[in-house]
Structure formats: structure tokens, C-alpha cells
Design a binder for this molecule. Structure first.
Ligand SMILES: C[S@@+](CC[C@H](N)C(=O)[O-])C[C@H]1O[C@@H](n2cnc3c(N)ncnc32)[C@H](O)[C@@H]1O
Length: 339
């Protein structure tokens, strides 16, 4: 049937689908469509939506074979008793779904994997997240359902990132942060992206074409190789030097930036003071750290007061990026050096 539809990037699809479902404006009886990197979510007639949710269009939808599942637990059919706990959230990275399964979960993880693969439109492979390990923060994944490799293309705000979860760290939960920081870059700035991973900050910034120079470093050569592939496919990116290099090596040199990103949440603090000395007056550092809930304002002040370089700096923002544990959050601190 023909229906009005909301077009959203696939990575945001599940969040938006749930919100539409909760507002009672998701059309039932037809199947959600996948269109390249986007989902088309069918809407009931007369549905009103804020424009920032996505763009509206009219599209043809195939009929749903069965009543639509409200959540993926509906697809685990021993559901006369729905009291068992299922993981509530999962990440969608390109065509891969990553789910963290609690140790006390009573359901066979492979059944959860099959249910998620059937539930998430366009899902090819489902893995259980067994934590990040080693200096390169590689995620250990147990294959639960589906086929193929852990390599995929993940789209954020239209930036197509080369990702390989077996070879390099990537989290889709920072998409808004990647976009926000890129939007703050001013014309001609030199930007350091330290611990860049597969380079989502760098790719977003390169796409704006405002930076004069971007230096992206990571100690993992595979991450840098993936970043180079992402950059090669950008229509006309800014000037990027993507280097397999340790932060220590860059900081031992003499290069200076107008803006620096330091996203190594458990250990980055050891590089913050030296980095402060390598950012020009009027410059900015975007620094990420896991912070106990309720402490971010104080922690922002500490970051500058505890550093020998800090007297010239102030923390102008401490924003919650996402929850990290029941008691802590990943916080993005924006530090500014006085003119
Ligand atoms: C949390 S990830 C950050 C990824 C990226 N910034 C993002 O937003 O997706 C941390 C990265 O730091 C890298 N890393 C760890 N220690 C490093 C060091 N001393 N020098 C350079 N890179 C390092 C790891 O290889 C990993 O890719």
C-alpha cells in the first residue's frame, strides 16, 4: 500500500521506531522498508512530527506477513511467560547488531541473536558483546546469528565509515558527538584527532572542508587503514594526515593545533596536561572521560585546576554523551584556552 513515511538513518531506526510506536503513529499491517543506509517507517494518516525526526515522503510498502512485533522479545515464542529478562538495548552498526547479554539471562543467546536478526531491518549478523580488550580496545564478539565478516559500512549523518569490529574499535553511540564537534570546527583550523580509531571525528570534520589541516593518529594500524578507506570515498574531504602513531610520539614533537580531540576514556587523562601545552591560545580540547554520575561539573573544574598548564584554561561545557554504568556516564568536556 502507499503510505506517508519517515526516512531515518538505519542506525537511529530502532530508537525512532520505538518512539513512533509509543506515540501510536507507526502504521501497522505493512513492513518497514530498508533503502540503502536509511529506513522508511510507515506512518498513520495525519501523523504530526517535529522536522528534526527525519524527512517525510510517500512510499509503497509491502504487507506484513504477520502481526508486527512490538519488540524483539515477541519473536521468542515461549512468551506465554514474558517475565524473563531480555537485554533491552542493542547497537546497530551498519548491517551488524551487537547486544550485551547479562550473565544471568535465562534465554539461549543464539535464540536472542536469531530474534534480533529477524527484528532489526537489514540485519545480516548478530554478535554478543564480550567487552573491549587490549591496547587497541578491540571488541570481543561471539557470533549469535547470521553470516559473513565483522566488516561493514556504518552511516552517521550521511558520512559512510569503514568499520571492522574484529580489527578496530568503533561505537555508534558517539554519532551525535562526532557531528557536534565537526560543526564547531572553524575555517582554517589545525585539528588533532588523538586516538582516532577508525576516524569518525576526522571523517565528519573532513566532510565540512573547513579545517586547514587534520592530524589523526592511532596506535592501531588497522584503524588507520580503515580511516584511509573512508577518506578515499569522501566526495572531497579536507586535508588529512592519518598516521599510525602513539599519542606520546605526537606530543613529543612540536606540532601545534587550534583544536584537539582526545577520546581514550580510561587513560586519556595522562595525555591531557601535555596536550594543553600543544593547543594554541583561543584553542579548544574535546576531552572524554568516564565520570561518576553527579560529578561532571566538579570534574570539569578539576581537569583544569589540577594541571600545571590549566591556569590558562577553563571548562566551558561538560555534557553527558551516554550512560556507561548504573553509576557513571561518558562525559564530553569542552576545554578552552584563553586568548
Ligand atoms: C575509545 S577508542 C576511540 C575511537 C575514536 N576516537 C572514536 O570516536 O570512535 C580508543 C582508541 O585509542 C587507541 N589508542 C590507545 N592507546 C593509544 C596511544 N597511546 N596512542 C594512540 N592511540 C591509542 C586505540 O587503538 C583505540 O583505537
Amino acid at each position: 500500500m502507499i503510505s506517508r513515511a519517515l526516512r531515518v538513518p538505519r542506525a537511529r531506526g530502532e530508537t525512532v521506531r520505538r518512539a513512533l510506536q509509543d506515540r501510536g503513529i507507526l502504521r501497522h499491517g505493512v513492513r518497514i522498508r530498508v533503502d540503502q543506509d536509511d529506513l522508511l517507517l510507515p506512518l498513520v494518516d495525519g501523523a504530526e512530527l517535529p522536522s528534526e525526526w527525519g524527512s517525510l515522503e510517500t512510499a509503497e510498502f509491502p504487507p506484513a506477513a504477520e502481526p508486527p512485533a512490538r519488540d524483539y522479545g515477541d519473536l521468542l515464542r515461549e512468551t506465554a511467560d514474558r517475565s524473563f529478562a531480555l537485554p533491552r538495548s542493542f547497537d546497530v552498526i551498519g548491517d551488524i547488531v551487537v547486544v550485551r547479554i547479562p550473565d544471568d539471562c535465562a534465554i539461549d543467546p543464539h535464540r536472542i541473536g536469531e530474534a534480533l536478526r529477524a527484528f532489526v531491518p537489514g540485519a545480516r549478523l548478530v554478535g554478543a558483546d564480550r567487552g573491549v580488550h587490549g591496547p587497541h580496545r578491540i571488541r570481543l564478539l561471539e557470533r549469535l546469528a547470521g553470516t559473513g565478516s565483522w566488516a561493514t559500512i556504518h552511516s552517521e549523518y550521511g558520512v559512510r565509515l569503514q568499520v571492522d569490529l574484529e580489527r578496530a574499535y568503533f561505537s555508534p553511540r558517539l554519532a551525535h558527538e562526532h557531528h557536534r564537534v565537526a560543526s564547531a570546527v572553524r575555517t582554517g583550523e589545525t585539528v588533532f584527532d588523538l586516538c582516532c580509531g577508525v576516524g569518525p571525528f576526522t571523517a565528519h570534520i573532513a566532510r565540512t572542508r573547513r579545517a586547514g589541516r587534520i592530524v589523526a593518529v592511532d596506535s592501531n594500524p588497522d584503524a588507520i587503514e580503515l580511516l584511509k578507506r573512508t577518506l578515499a570515498a569522501l566526495p572531497a574531504g579536507g586535508p588529512v594526515e592519518a598516521r599510525t602513531e602513539r599519542v606520546e610520539e605526537l606530543l613529543a614533537g612540536s606540532e601545534v593545533a587550534d583544536r584537539a580531540i582526545l577520546n581514550l576514556p580510561h587513560e586519556g587523562i595522562k595525555y591531557l596536561a601535555p596536550l594543553m601545552g600543544r593547543v594554541a591560545r583561543g584553542g579548544t580540547i574535546h576531552y572524554y572521560e568516564i565520570t561518576p554520575r553527579g560529578r561532571r561539573e566538579d570534574r570539569g573544574k578539576e581537569l583544569v585546576s589540577e594541571s600545571a598548564e590549566g591556569s590558562e584554561w577553563r571548562c566551558i561545557d561538560a555534557r553527558r554523551v551516554h550512560a556507561y554504568s548504573p553509576q557513571s556516564d561518558l562525559i564530553g568536556y569542552t576545554l578552552e584556552r584563553r586568548e
